[in-house]
Ligand binder design. Structure first.
Ligand SMILES: N[C@@H](CCC(=O)N[C@@H](CS)C(=O)NCC(=O)O)C(=O)O
Length: 206
């Protein structure tokens, strides 16, 4: 299996961590989604990461679709998203908040990283930060059923937190979200998280 994409993408990282947690080996293709754009488009017509090349040669794209395939492979007893019931609804809602947080923090980072300064729209960046902060507040208040074991809600949220810490640290001041600080500390200490820990990337701030 080959996982395509670098770990500074929380979508790539959540797939890498899930594969490791579930005991799968994979090769890591570290082409850059920006630097290797033309080549990436040969792998995924959208030119996005992650992709996962599975053993029959098929290329799966989109982290949600990849993780769904993985849960099907391991079966309901080990799946990281519960198969049914209230716990499934809860996990999917947390994942929606965490991936939404990445969408909003990421859109703000792209504004600052890619758009020429003369074309930036401060009100839009401010709106994105309000949306990201809304997701963080809701995630911090969520019931974290840690005694039930590691699930996709925890993995995706921890990956989102590390991404926000890199992309827009202003959104995550120390101590504002104590439950999320604790979740992040606990999970980042695990081997699967350490093996995929993204090095600091210099995102323009402001
Ligand atoms: N819904 C997709 C989102 C993937 C995504 O947005 N990936 C980003 C990296 S974090 C990317 O490839 N960005 C480059 C681009 O879209 O041009 C997933 O879950 O896989």
């Amino acid at each position: 299996m080959i996982l395509v994409g670098q770990y500074d993408s929380p979508f790539v990282r959540r797939v890498g961590i899930s594969l490791r947690v579930l005991g799968y080996d994979y090769e890591h293709d570290q082409r850059s989604v920006f630097g290797d754009f033309d080549s990436m488009r040969q792998t995924n017509p959208l030119g996005r990461i992650p992709s996962l090349v599975i053993d029959d040669g098929a290329v799966l794209i989109d982290s949600a679709a990849i993780l769904d395939w993985l849960d099907q492979e391991v079966g309901p007893a080990r799946a990281l998203v519960p198969l049914a019931g209230a716990q499934r609804r809860h996990v999917l809602q947390i994942i929606a908040l965490a991936t939404g947080l990445v969408d909003k923090a990421g859109a703000g980072a792209y504004e600052r990283m890619i758009r020429p300064p003369a074309y930036r729209w401060p009100e839009w960046i401010a709106r994105l930060r309000i949306q990201a902060a809304g997701a963080l507040t809701a995630l911090d208040a969520a019931p974290w059923a840690v005694e039930a074991g590691l699930d996709q809600a925890q993995i995706t949220t921890a990956c989102a937190l590390r991404y926000v810490e890199m992309a827009d640290p202003e959104l995550l001041p120390e101590g504002r979200y104590p439950a999320l600080d604790a979740l992040s500390r606990r999970l980042e200490a695990r081997p699967e998280f350490q093996a995929t820990y993204p090095p600091d990337v210099a995102y323009p701030q402001g």
